[in-house]
Design a protein around this ligand. Structure first.
Ligand code: FE
Ligand code: FE
Ligand code: MG
Length: 165
């Protein structure tokens, strides 16, 4: 833990660590949803979509690493068991039981929209009292906004494909 880092906090440390751990749960579930979605996806443009899903999976894992680093700086304990992912998540998990590309894209768009809400709320909570977490949340938010658009671009292409046939 960084003692000075904790001392300068202008927000409740316990509440902040819980907020970070809840986002950590989301990131792990998002990681797996993308990773396994890339493995099973079927339908038009499956190669391009699988590539994008795999890239997003890696980026969600990067977000998890950023969150864990901040939790440790603040003297917190990152979630230690996968059971906690389900208990703590804001955004949940949507199993890709239907591997059709449009269904998987919709599930992941929903996840990104929830992630955008989560980081926007984290920014609101830290805006005045914790510029370090605020900046981190902003950096992650920018990625989640990019993710949403990447997925919605594929949804648009699928719609175009349908209309042109
Ligand atoms: Fe993420
Ligand atoms: Fe994302
Ligand atoms: Mg992308």
């Amino acid at each position: 833990m960084g003692t000075k880092a904790v001392e300068i906090l202008g927000v409740d440390a316990k509440k902040l660590i819980e907020t970070l751990n809840k986002a950590l749960a989301d990131e792990w579930l998002a990681y797996y949803q993308y990773w396994v979605g890339a493995a099973v996806v079927q339908g038009p443009m499956r190669g391009a979509v699988a590539g994008e899903l795999t890239q997003h999976a890696e980026e969600e894992l990067g977000h998890a690493e950023m969150l864990v680093e901040r939790i440790i700086q603040l003297g917190g304990t990152p979630l230690l068991t996968p059971q906690d992912w389900y208990k703590m998540t804001n955004c949940g998990y949507e199993a890709p039981t239907d591997p059709y590309v449009a269904v998987i894209l919709d599930q992941n768009v929903k996840g990104e929209q929830c992630a955008i809400e989560t980081y926007r709320a984290m920014m609101a909570f830290t805006k005045d009292g914790d510029p370090v977490t605020y900046n981190m949340a902003l950096e992650i938010l920018e990625d989640e906004i990019e993710h949403e658009e990447d997925l919605q671009a594929f949804v648009e292409d699928l719609e175009t494909l349908k209309k042109r046939r």
